[in-house]
Write a protein that binds this ligand. Structure first.
Ligand code: IVH
Length: 678
C-alpha cells in the first residue's frame, strides 16, 4: 500500500478517536483518557496532516480555527423562522397557558411537558448536512441571521461532525439544530478582569460577552473566549422523525450534541412543570451559567404542530421568567456621571456584593426624580437588583437600618466635568450639560465611535481614549485616523507591537458598512436598530443626509422624535465638517445590497419536486405554479433525483418510497415557509 493510503486510513481512525474523546470530555463531561493521551492523538493527527495537507477535511478536529472573515458576516436565511417565546411571570400565567392549549386542541386528557432552563446567551442555528457541520448562523431578526460558521467551529462543545451511535447507523441527511451559545459566570468574570488590565471596555454581563465574542471577524479571538453551547431544538430535518421534545433532546445528545439533560425534566402534567420551574429558580445561583427563567414546552410534537404559532412565538411554549436577582448592600457615596449626550446620571458606589453570580459595585440611580421618589441617601442600606442585561439599580432603601448619619444628595448646579451651566431638564427629568465641547461628551462620543458595534476599532479601549483626549492628541473621532506610531508608543502600558495592532485596527475600520457608520455618529435616538433601518431604507449615506422629514417619517419604525433628532444632527455645520473629515481620512462605506440581491437564488431554483396528498391551502396546480415561478420543477414519481417530496393530508405510497430513498420530506407548512422567501 502507498504511504498516502496508509496515512488516509490512520487519519480516519485518529479523527474518529479524537471526536469520540471530545464527546466524552465536552458533551458528557466524563473523559475516558488523560489530557496527555488526548494531546498525543492530536499531535499525531497534526503531524500527518502537515505531511499530507491534501488529506485535510473541513471537519477535521484540527480545523477549528480558520482565517479571518473578510468584509463582514454574510446573511443566512433560516428555512424555518427562529421565533421567540411568550413570557409568563406567575403560576396563574402557566395555568392560563395550559387552558389555552386545551381549548385549541379540544383535549381533556393530561398533557405532558418538558421544562428546560432558559439560558441567557444567544440563539444560534447549526446546519448539519450528511453529519458535517456546514453552516452556523445567529438568530438575527428571526428570518435572516448572520453566518458565524468560522466562529462557531472554534467552540469545542459544537461538534464538527455528528456521531452515529452504535444502535442506529443512520443519521439525518439534513438537520438544523438550534441552541444557545453562552459563557459561564466564572469565565465571564475572568475575561472582564483581563480586559480591565488591558484597558478594554468591560462586558456588562455574560450574554453580551458571548454575543461580542461570536461577532468577532477573527476566529482566533473567538477561539480564546470560553464559549459553550447547549442545544434545545431543531428547525428543518429530513430523513428523521421525532415524536416528542424529550425524544428529540435525547436523540440530539446521542448524536454528540450537548444537551442540558441534568436540568431538563419531562413532566407528567402542568403542576409538575410548575414544580420544576420553582426548583430551577431555587437553584439558579448554584448553576455555573446564568438563567433568566425556565422554558415549558408541550412534549408531543404532534400537538406542537397542531398548536402552531402566533406572529412571533409558538403557542406550545412559554418562558416562565424568574424574579430578578436582588441583594442587600450599602451606598458608600453618590456621584454624577456625564454621558456622551451630556446627560447627567447619578451613580451609587456600593459596598461590592454578588448578585446572581456577578460582582456589583455600582448601581444607577437614574435621575434626581428617582432619588427623591425612593428617598435615597449616601450611607443608606439598600436592596439592589439586576435583571437580565440591565445595569444594576436600587430597588429600595431599608429605612430601619438608618443611623441618622446618612447624607441627602443633590444634583450639582454645574457640569461636574467642565463646570459649565446645565440645560434645564428637557423631558422633566434628565439634566444635561449644554456644552458640546465638554470633555465628557467628547470622550463619550469617541468611545462610542470606536466601540464593537460601531466602527469596531479593537484595542482602542476607554483608558486609551481618555489618555489621548487628555493629552490633546485627539479632539474628536476623526482625529483617530491621523494617529501615528509616535503618538501611541509613549502612552501608558503601550508596546510597539500593541501600537501597531491598534493602527492596523484603525486602518481596517475605514472600510465599513452603512449601518455601522450611521450608528457610530452617535445621533440621539439612533441606536443599532434604527441605524440598520435607516441603512436599509436609504442605502447610501448622502441619501440619508439629504432626507427631509417626510422621507424619514415614511419609515415605519421612525417617529417624529427620531426624525427631528436626525434632521437637527445634519443641520449642524460642526457635524457636517466632522463627517467630511471622516471621509477625507479615507472612510468608505459599502453600499447596502437590496434585500433581493442578498439572495439571488430562491431555494426552489433548480430543484425537483414531487407532491403527494391534499394540501390544505392550495391546489396541486397552484403548488406546481408556485414551484415553477421559483424556477423549480415538478414530476409525478419519486426517484433518486427527487429533491423534495411535499406531503399533504392522506399521502399516497410516494411517502414510503421517498423514505426508502431518503428523499427530504416537506410538510405543507415547511413548503410554504420556504416558498415565501424572496
Ligand atoms: S425554545 C420557538 N428553549 O430564549 C421556541 N429557547 O425568547 C424558541 N432560550 O431566542 C426557543 N433556552 O435564545 C428555547 N431551552 C430553551 C431555551 C431558549 C434559552 C432562548 C433562545 C430564544 C429565547 C426566546
Amino acid at each position: 500500500m502507498q504511504e498516502i493510503e496508509k496515512a488516509k486510513i490512520e487519519l480516519t481512525a485518529l479523527r474518529e478517536k479524537i471526536d469520540y474523546h471530545n464527546y466524552r470530555y465536552y458533551i458528557l463531561d466524563d473523559p475516558e483518557v488523560s489530557d496527555a493521551e488526548y494531546d498525543h492523538l492530536l499531535q499525531r493527527l497534526l503531524h500527518i496532516e502537515n505531511k499530507y495537507p491534501e488529506l485535510i477535511v473541513p471537519e477535521s478536529p484540527s480545523q477549528r480555527v480558520g482565517a479571518p472573515i473578510e468584509g463582514g458576516f454574510n446573511p443566512v436565511r433560516h428555512s424555518v423562522p427562529m421565533l421567540s417565546l411568550e413570557n409568563g411571570f406567575s403560576e396563574k400565567d402557566v395555568k392560563e397557558f395550559e387552558k389555552r392549549i386545551r381549548r385549541l386542541l379540544e383535549y381533556t386528557n393530561t398533557i405532558t411537558y418538558t421544562v428546560e432552563p432558559k439560558l441567557d446567551g444567544l440563539a444560534v442555528e447549526l446546519i448539519y448536512d450528511n453529519s458535517i457541520l456546514k453552516t452556523a448562523s445567529t438568530r438575527g431578526d428571526g428570518y435572516i441571521g448572520e453566518d458565524i460558521t468560522s466562529n462557531a467551529k472554534t467552540i469545542k462543545s459544537i461538534p464538527l461532525r455528528l456521531l452515529s451511535p452504535q444502535d442506529s447507523l443512520k443519521l439525518p441527511e439534513h438537520i438544523e439544530v438550534r441552541g444557545e451559545i453562552y459563557m459561564e459566570k466564572k469565565a465571564f468574570q475572568q475575561l472582564n478582569k483581563e480586559r480591565e488590565k488591558q484597558g478594554e471596555a468591560l462586558f456588562a454581563n455574560p450574554r453580551n460577552a458571548a454575543a461580542g465574542s461570536v461577532r468577532q471577524l477573527d476566529p482566533h479571538i473567538t477561539a480564546r473566549r470560553p464559549l459553550m453551547f447547549f442545544s434545545y431544538g431543531i428547525g428543518l430535518v429530513s430523513g428523521w422523525e421525532f415524536a416528542s421534545q424529550i425524544e428529540l433532546l435525547t436523540t440530539l445528545k446521542s448524536w454528540g450534541l450537548r444537551v442540558n439533560t441534568e436540568h431538563i425534566k419531562e413532566c407528567a402534567n402542568i403542576d409538575e412543570a410548575i414544580g420544576h420551574c420553582r426548583y430551577l429558580e431555587d437553584i439558579k445561583h448554584d448553576l455555573p451559567y446564568e438563567i433568566d427563567g425556565a422554558v415549558i414546552k408541550v412534549n408531543s410534537l404532534e400537538m406542537q404542530k397542531n398548536l402552531g404559532e402566533k406572529s412571533r412565538s409558538p403557542r406550545w411554549a412559554l418562558a416562565y421568567k424568574f424574579e430578578p436577582t436582588q441583594a442587600t448592600t450599602k451606598i458608600y457615596s453618590i456621584d454624577v456621571q456625564v454621558g456622551r449626550t451630556g446627560a447627567l446620571t447619578p451613580v451609587a458606589h456600593l459596598k461590592p456584593v454578588e448578585v446572581g453570580g456577578v460582582n456589583v459595585s455600582r448601581a444607577t440611580l437614574h435621575n434626581q426624580e428617582e432619588i427623591k421618589r425612593k428617598d435615597i441617601k449616601e450611607g443608606d442600606t439598600v436592596i439592589i437588583q439586576r435583571a437580565g442585561d440591565v445595569i444594576p439599580e436600587v430597588v429600595k432603601v431599608i429605612k430601619a437600618k438608618r443611623t441618622g448619619k446618612e447624607k441627602p444628595f443633590h444634583m450639582p448646579d454645574r457640569c461636574p466635568v467642565c463646570g459649565s451651566q446645565l440645560a434645564p431638564p428637557d423631558d422633566e427629568v434628565v439634566i444635561r450639560c449644554a456644552n458640546p465641547g465638554c470633555p465628557a461628551q467628547v470622550t463619550g462620543g469617541i468611545k462610542h465611535f470606536v466601540s464593537k458595534d460601531a466602527m469596531d476599532i479593537d484595542g482602542l479601549g476607554d483608558k486609551l481614549v481618555d489618555q489621548l483626549v487628555g493629552l490633546g492628541r485627539i479632539k474628536d473621532a476623526a482625529d483617530i485616523y491621523h494617529l501615528t506610531l509616535e503618538d501611541l508608543v509613549p502612552l501608558d502600558k503601550m508596546a510597539e507591537k500593541l501600537a501597531n495592532n491598534i493602527l492596523t485596527a484603525i486602518n481596517n475600520s475605514k472600510k465599513t458598512t452603512l449601518s455601522r457608520f450611521i450608528y457610530s455618529l452617535g445621533i440621539r435616538h439612533v441606536g443599532e436598530h434604527v441605524a440598520t433601518v435607516l441603512a436599509k431604507k436609504f442605502r447610501r449615506f448622502d441619501s440619508l443626509q439629504n432626507a427631509d422629514k417626510e422621507d424619514l417619517l415614511s419609515i415605519k419604525e421612525i417617529g417624529p422624535e427620531i426624525a427631528d433628532s436626525i434632521l437637527s444632527y445634519f443641520s449642524n455645520n460642526k457635524n457636517i465638517s466632522f463627517i467630511n473629515r471622516l471621509f477625507e481620512a479615507g472612510i468608505t462605506i459599502e453600499e447596502m445590497p437590496l434585500e433581493k440581491e442578498l439572495f439571488k437564488e430562491h431555494p426552489f431554483s433548480g430543484k425537483l419536486f414531487v407532491l403527494t396528498g391534499a394540501l390544505s391551502t392550495l391546489t396541486r396546480a397552484e403548488a406546481k405554479k408556485l414551484i415553477e415561478e421559483k424556477k423549480g420543477n415538478v414530476s409525478a414519481s419519486i426517484t433518486s433525483k427527487t429533491d423534495y417530496l411535499v406531503v399533504g393530508k392522506s399521502p399516497g405510497s410516494k411517502l414510503a418510497r421517498a423514505k426508502d430513498l431518503s428523499v427530504p420530506i416537506l410538510s405543507e407548512e415547511e413548503f410554504l415557509t420556504i416558498a415565501g422567501q424572496e
